[in-house]
Write a protein that binds this ligand. Structure first.
Ligand code: GLA
Length: 328
C-alpha cells in the first residue's frame, strides 16, 4: 500500500512537472505590426522570435494594415489562446477600441513604436509602451544636417529642408520637429522649411510628397530631407534624383538603420542619403516580447514607458555601429 502511494506520488510529480513545462512551452504571444513589409518591423519580429526560442514561448506574427485588421487580430489571438500581445497599431486613435478588445479577450496588451492615444489625443499611459525618444533622435538628425552643411561650406540661408511629415502620428511629428528646432536654432530661416505631408508612411508616398515641394521651389540651392523614418527620407532623396539634383547638393538623414538604409549605403556611389540614426529593433522586438513573457508567467508588469536611444551612422561606419548594438 505504502509503496503504491509512493509510486503514485512520484508519477503525480512527474506528470505535474511535465504539465508545467508543457504550459511554459505553450505560452503564446502575439506581435502585431502596421507595416509588415517594412524592414524595421521584419527585424522586430526576428528579435521577438529569438526571445521566444531562448525563453520557450511562441510568437504569433500578424500584419494589420488598418483598424479592422488590428481588431480582428486581437480576436484571432484570443481564440488561439494567446495570453498577451505587443502591437504597433496602424492608427494610434484606435487606443480605446484596442484596449476594450484586449480586455474582452482577457489578453494582456503592450504597445511598441507608436503609443496609443485616447479620444482627446492624450497617450494611454496605462498600457505599457516602448518607443524611441523621438524628439531627441530628431535633434540628432537636425544637428547632423547642420554640421554637414557647415562642412560642405553652405550657408543655411541657401538650404531648403523637405519636411516629409505624417503629423497625425505623435512620434512622427516629434521626430521632425526635433530636427527643425535644431536647424532653426543654428540659423536656418523658418521659411526654408517646406512641409511635404505623406498620406502613407512608405517611400512612394514620401517621393510623391517631396516631388511637389521640389517642383514648387526650383530656385533652392541645396536641399536637406528629414522624416519619420529611413523610408520617408529615401523617398525625398529619390525625388531630388528624379528632378536631376546632384547627390552632393542633398543631405538626407533618416531614422531606423534597417535594410532600407543599409542597402542605400551599399551602393557604389554615395547618394543624397547621407546618414541615419540607427535605432534598436532588438530592444523593441526582443525586449518587449520578453517583458510580455514575464508579465504572463511571473505576473511582473512591464515598465509603463521605455524610451530607447539612437546612434548616428554613415556609410563609413554603419557596420560598426550595428555590431555595437548587437543587431548584425
Ligand atoms: C514608427 C515608424 C517605424 C519606426 C518605428 C520606430 O512606427 O513608422 O518606421 O521608425 O516608429 O519606433
Amino acid at each position: 500500500m505504502k509503496r503504491t502511494i509512493k509510486v503514485l506520488t512520484i508519477a503525480g510529480l512527474m506528470a505535474g512537472s511535465l504539465l508545467g513545462s508543457a504550459l511554459a512551452a505553450e505560452t503564446k504571444i502575439g506581435f502585431v505590426v502596421k507595416q509588415p513589409e517594412e524592414p524595421w518591423f521584419q527585424d522586430e519580429w526576428k528579435f521577438a522570435d529569438q526571445a521566444g526560442k531562448e525563453k520557450g514561448f511562441t510568437v504569433v506574427k500578424i500584419g494589420a494594415e488598418d483598424g479592422e485588421k488590428a481588431l480582428a487580430a486581437i480576436d484571432n489571438l484570443g481564440a488561439q489562446g494567446a495570453q498577451g500581445f505587443i502591437i504597433c497599431t496602424p492608427d494610434v486613435k484606435l487606443g480605446p477600441a484596442l484596449a476594450a478588445k484586449a480586455a474582452a479577450n482577457n489578453i494582456k496588451m503592450m504597445t511598441v513604436d507608436d503609443q496609443l492615444v485616447d479620444g482627446t489625443g492624450k497617450p494611454l499611459g496605462d498600457v505599457p509602451h516602448m518607443g524611441i525618444s523621438a524628439s531627441k533622435i530628431g535633434e540628432q538628425v537636425g544637428q547632423t544636417i547642420a554640421d554637414q552643411a557647415k562642412a560642405r561650406g553652405w550657408d543655411l540661408k541657401d538650404l531648403g529642408v523637405i519636411r516629409v511629415s505624417y503629423d497625425q502620428l505623435p512620434t512622427a511629428k516629434d521626430r521632425v520637429d526635433g530636427a527643425t528646432n535644431v536647424l532653426v536654432k543654428d540659423g536656418l530661416p523658418q521659411a526654408n522649411i517646406y512641409n511635404a505631408p505623406q498620406d502613407k508612411t512608405d517611400t512612394e508616398a514620401a517621393l510623391n510628397a517631396a516631388t511637389t515641394v521640389i517642383n514648387a521651389h526650383p530656385d533652392v540651392k541645396h536641399w536637406a530631407a528629414i522624416g519619420l523614418n529611413d523610408e520617408a527620407v529615401l523617398g525625398a532623396v529619390r525625388a531630388t534624383e528624379t528632378v536631376g539634383i546632384k547627390p552632393n547638393d542633398v543631405i538626407g538623414v533618416g531614422i531606423g538603420g534597417a535594410d532600407s538604409a543599409i542597402n542605400e549605403f551599399k551602393k557604389g556611389q554615395p547618394t543624397g542619403f547621407f546618414a541615419t540614426v540607427i535605432i534598436s529593433p532588438k530592444r523593441h522586438g526582443y525586449e518587449t516580447a520578453s517583458d510580455m513573457f514575464d508579465w504572463i508567467t511571473k505576473n511582473q508588469a512591464p515598465a509603463k514607458l521605455t524610451q530607447t536611444a539612437g546612434q548616428l551612422a554613415t556609410r563609413d561606419d554603419y557596420a560598426k555601429v550595428r555590431e555595437g548594438l548587437g543587431i548584425q
